[in-house]
Design a protein. Structure first.
Length: 350
């Protein structure tokens, strides 16, 4: 059995940052993830997608964010069970939790922090006849390597952040980018909407609103799509790739059977205190949780993880008081005893 202080379910960006905050409290962490590598959606679905709301990074690729997080937590020597899904959980006689994966690997920890993101997921596919015949032959539901679109004609469909962000990014890569949306208004960030509008005005992309892609044509691969416009009717658009970006269908998977309080496919937590669930000792942070005013943003998950580990410390070390210290003063000391400290940090008493 693998034993640790905190067991983290999910090795996405929030799960990884949880390791950092726990490490500052001298708590060891082990992570479980169904993917064969760390990074969650950032690594699996959009490693080359730019993220704009990470503090101190005006723009950072999702894959680079994961690499930075892995470097940040390296001093705390986290361990992993990858390529296995957390299947069951039970409370042991010693008060610890035992979590067993679908492959039978057993783990024991005093506290469990669920950072499972959206859980297991699959893309929302548009109801286009024969679309499955073109999957991996020009139809892409997610973008892992934008280089495959270099100098290609691309049609993107959708009205959310992913559609807008990839339209902006691929405008610098593809020979032609056409964004199709069934409405005039977009659901994404205002800044992204303004950037897309500006690109359209400059002729760097083509924007077709009040329309949707209804057909795909091609001989063994995508060669064109039919765009049905509310006023102009059917328009055939030659293209090499069709990218429908309508979000993901999330599923909690086995976690839904752990006795946790679930609301709209997310885990209810106490956001007024510690992001704990209805089961003492189990916390949920990041996109997997829900509470009044919840925002599904990576940076919000970072905050939730920071608070959760403070309370998990009391579970791992009952009766022991921890005095929070600032990293600017104390630096970062890993479990190998090495301390990373800024030479410029000067503390003056007044």
């Amino acid at each position: 059995m693998i034993k640790t202080d905190i067991l983290i379910i999910g090795a996405g960006p929030v799960g990884l940052f949880t390791v950092f905050e726990a490490g500052l409290l001298k708590l060891r962490c082990h992570l479980i993830d169904a993917l064969p590598y760390a990074g969650g959606q950032c690594a699996e679905i959009y490693p080359k997608k730019p993220i704009y709301d990470i503090p101190a990074y005006p723009e950072i690729l999702a894959g680079d964010l994961i690499q930075n997080l892995e470097q940040q937590i390296a001093p705390f020597e986290p361990t992993y069970t990858l390529g296995e899904r957390a299947e069951t959980i039970e409370k042991l006689a010693d008060g610890n939790f035992k979590v067993t994966t679908n492959k039978g690997t057993e783990h024991s920890a005093a506290a469990v922090i669920i950072a499972g993101g959206l859980g297991s997921f699959e893309p929302r596919k548009p109801p286009i006849e024969g679309i499955s015949d073109y999957e991996d032959r020009g139809v892409n539901y997610m973008i892992k390597d934008p280089e495959i679109f270099r100098n290609k004609r691309v049609v993107i469909s959708g009205g959310g952040d992913s559609a807008l962000d990839w339209t902006i990014f691929l405008a610098k890569v593809a020979s032609e980018v056409i964004l199709v949306h069934r409405k005039n208004e977009f659901r994404g960030a205002l800044d992204s909407v303004e950037k897309v509008s500006e690109l359209a005005k400059k002729g760097k992309i083509k924007l077709i609103t009040e329309a949707e892609v209804t057909e795909i044509h091609g001989n063994g691969k995508v060669e064109s799509v039919i765009v049905n416009h509310s006023k102009e009717g059917n328009i055939e658009v030659p293209c090499d790739h069709f990218i429908p970006l309508f979000g993901l269908l999330p599923k909690l998977g086995p976690i839904a059977n752990w006795g946790l309080e679930i609301e709209k496919n997310a885990i209810k937590v106490n956001n007024a205190l510690d992001y704990s669930t209805n089961i003492p000792g189990i916390f949920a942070v990041g996109d997997v949780n829900t509470y009044p005013g919840k925002l599904k943003l990576i940076l919000c998950g970072f905050h939730e993880a920071t608070i959760a580990v403070q309370f998990a410390y009391n579970i791992v070390n009952p009766g022991k008081k921890y005095l929070m210290k600032y990293t600017t003063v104390n630096g970062i000391t890993g479990f190998n005893g090495e301390t990373k400290k800024s030479e410029k940090a000067v503390v003056k008493s007044i």
